[in-house]
Design a binder for this molecule. Structure first.
Ligand SMILES: [Fe+2]
Ligand SMILES: [Fe+2]
Length: 368
């Protein structure tokens, strides 16, 4: 019998039985975890022949996976059984916690909100510390946030009416559309932080964010390439039209969009002070999720240099938002109930601006 090992999901990653059947020999050990008495047994030693029949027996008993110590992750990654499809099956503990919370039947709504909102706030804190003034560093860190939100959307979007589009959308997202991808990442994280934790709302805002600027398809490319601050009045008006093309484009491409997703997209350029478009709605007339998307959109425009051509890191982008919060003007572009908690969560990162890179350890520490 194998020696008893202590198990912690932080120290092991799982590999499904099916993956193992693709190979005769592996360069990493495999353990089986017995939940009832919480112990691990070494079942395969590296570089020996695999006894598939033995493994089949475990499978018949209902065991679905092996566990491997994380120090062997590189060996697993480089092994022949490794494919891109299972590359994403290893999650950081915060992502696992968020998903377990979203899927839990035993936690109350209140408890779910507490956990997810804390995770959302911690992510904002991390985003706001990203990169300092190094764009390359910021880009690397943002990928981890994107990966986190991708996992959230997978769960939240599964029971959504537009869920069948998810695969297409995530494909498109991988190919291009960095602005839409970042907006969906920021929107979902902001929504979670603000206590929107039901899967439908999260999926709504994720889909809306990915599709919000679909109207750009009808806007002259020369306008899209310019910074917003340099638009002539005529170009500015032409640009604003992108929100009016949305319904038509969806119809033409036979994309079935739900009313809630459509509403979020329609209002994404409305402003709390009434200075937005296309209608000039004010305050709480604006769809609440649109207000969140609008802030995510604004932040990513800052990162993308969309306003004046100067690309900012998330750390610098949040500095701009913080300054906006200090303005005495009572007329505000963003709803303070949306804006203030987000900027406040971001402000916590001030203390450790210098070690701003997102790491598993940081998040673990922050989520306790
Ligand atoms: Fe837009
Ligand atoms: Fe946008």
């Amino acid at each position: 019998m194998g020696k008893k090992y202590t198990f912690s999901e932080k120290n092991y990653f799982s590999i499904s039985f099916d993956e193992i059947q693709k190979s005769n020999k592996l360069s990493f050990p495999l353990f089986i975890y017995f939940q009832n008495n919480d112990h691990l047994i070494l079942r395969y030693q590296s570089n020996k022949d695999i006894n598939i029949e033995e493994f089949e027996k475990y499978k018949e008993k209902g065991l679905k996976e092996f566990w491997c110590p994380k120090e062997f992750y590189e060996d697993y990654k480089n092994s022949e059984i490794r494919t891109d499809a299972n590359a994403e099956s290893i999650m950081d503990p915060t992502t696992e916690l968020a998903i377990a919370t979203l899927e839990s039947d035993s936690l109350s709504e209140n408890e779910k909100e507490k956990i997810l909102s804390k995770i959302g706030q911690d992510y904002i804190e991390v985003i706001a510390g990203m990169g300092g003034n190094d764009p390359e560093e910021a880009k690397k860190s943002l990928n981890k946030c994107n990966a986190f939100v991708d996992e959230i959307i997978k769960i939240a979007g599964a029971s959504h009416e537009m869920g069948s589009l998810f695969e297409d959308i995530s494909m498109i997202k991988k190919i291009d559309l960095p602005h839409s991808a970042s907006c969906s990442t920021f929107s979902v994280i902001f929504s979670m932080a603000l206590g929107h934790t039901d899967p439908k709302s999260l999926a709504d805002i994720a889909f809306a964010s990915l599709l919000h600027d679909i109207g750009f398809m009808r806007i002259d490319f020369s306008i899209l390439q310019k910074s917003i601050d340099t638009f002539s009045p005529k170009e500015g008006e032409a640009f604003k039209e992108h929100v009016n093309y949305v319904e038509e484009i969806f119809k033409l491409h036979q994309i079935e969009i739900t009313p809630s997703v459509s509403e979020i997209i329609q209002d994404h350029h409305e402003q709390f002070d009434g200075n937005g478009y296309p209608i000039g709605k004010m305050g709480f007339q604006i769809n609440e999720m649109s207000q969140i998307l609008s802030l995510a959109d604004y932040l990513d425009e800052l990162l993308d240099g969309k306003h004046n051509g100067e690309k900012l890191t998330p750390a610098e982008g949040f500095e701009v938002l913080k300054k906006m919060q200090l303005q005495p003007d009572p007329q505000r572009r963003f709803n303070p109930e949306v804006f203030d908690p987000i900027v406040q969560a971001a402000s916590r990162s001030n203390i450790k601006r210098d070690e701003s890179q997102l790491s598993e350890k940081d998040i673990l520490k922050k989520t306790g």
